[in-house]
Design a binder for this molecule. Structure first.
Ligand SMILES: Nc1ncnc2c1ncn2[C@@H]1O[C@H](COP(=O)(O)OP(=O)(O)OP(=O)(O)O)[C@@H](O)[C@H]1O
Length: 276
């Protein structure tokens, strides 16, 4: 079931990820146990792009947080490059639905924050920041402030910030969830090109079936809470992926298959909600 990475040669090596028997139980404010994840087994190869789909509340963000070392598992293990994840992975790139750009810094300085945070001089990386901005059509925005930009433009800057330090791992949690459909498709194309070039291993949480297929080497589908892996689908579509990929019959076949799997789980959430 597991696919192999079909990306072109890369400039830097991604790191493999492995999750075994992973589970997570939260305590609710009232003290009740909330089982968010259960028995997750997942192996992600170096340089693979894996999309994670699942109904709301099934534990996708929790899984991502554990992989990134921002939260801990209740049971099981997560490892990166063969080493257990025990602390936040400082070299990883992360991106969320909220772009978290700092409004009092220019776009270029927001991107260079990756180096400032690590106590490094920013001057040697200015060219790289500008190159990345140019790659996403934002060279004109280097000296502008995030508050002057649209949501799509801000997310383009956030992509540059996530990639500028050439991270071996990229964790993306619904980064385009708040954008209109066309902007989202354009950003998908740009992200596909950037991540193929960077060689990073990518874990991409999304509710968007189309973008999960468009971007992923694999699409992993999770069950309703507690989240388990119910399908792991290799996406065998040509690379590099451009907009024409969406016109292929195989693209439609993958999205239809995933929609069916998800519809079943979303219904399970609705039934559970009606009972409680
Ligand atoms: N800190 C916490 N304390 C208690 N429960 C939590 C906590 N964080 C998450 N949960 C619960 O764990 C479950 C999984 O949450 P999570 O945010 O990982 O789901 P998700 O699949 O990312 O959801 P969505 O798609 O809506 O963003 C949910 O039921 C959520 O309410």
């Amino acid at each position: 079931m597991t696919g192999t990475a079909k990306r072109p040669p890369t400039t830097s090596a991604g790191l493999p990820l492995r999750v075994e028997g992973l589970g997570k139980t939260f305590r609710s404010a009232r003290g009740a146990a909330v089982r968010a994840l259960d028995g997750i087994d997942l192996t992600i190869g170096a340089g693979e792009f894996v999309s994670i789909l699942g109904p709301s509340g099934c534990g996708k963000s929790t899984l991502l947080a554990i992989l990134a070392g921002l939260d801990t598992a209740t049971d099981g293990t997560a490892s990166v490059g063969g080493r257990p994840v025990t602390a936040p992975l400082v070299d990883a790139g992360v991106m969320f639905q909220r772009d978290l750009l700092l409004d009092w810094h220019t776009c270029e300085d927001n991107i260079l924050m990756q180096f400032r945070m690590r106590g490094l001089a920013t001057a040697p990386y200015r060219d790289r920041a500008r190159e990345l901005l140019a790659l996403v059509g934002m060279e004109h925005a280097a000296q502008r402030y995030p508050r002057e930009l649209s949501g799509g433009m801000r997310q383009r800057v956030a992509i540059c910030r996530a990639l500028v330090h050439e991270p071996p791992l990229l964790f993306l949690d619904e980064p385009f969830g708040a954008l209109d459909a066309l902007t989202r498709e354009n950003l998908n194309t740009e992200l596909a090109a950037l991540t193929a070039h960077s060689g990073a291993t990518v874990v991409f949480v999304t509710h968007g079936i189309d973008e999960a297929v468009f971007l992923g080497d694999r699409a992993v589908v999770m069950s309703a809470r507690p989240g388990r892996v119910i399908a792991d689908v290799a996406i065998d579509l040509p690379v590099p992926r451009g907009p024409q990929v969406r016109e292929l019959p195989q693209f439609t076949a993958y999205t239809a298959r995933l929609r069916k799997l998800l519809a079943h789980e979303v219904q399970a959430v609705a039934v559970e909600g009606a009972r409680s």
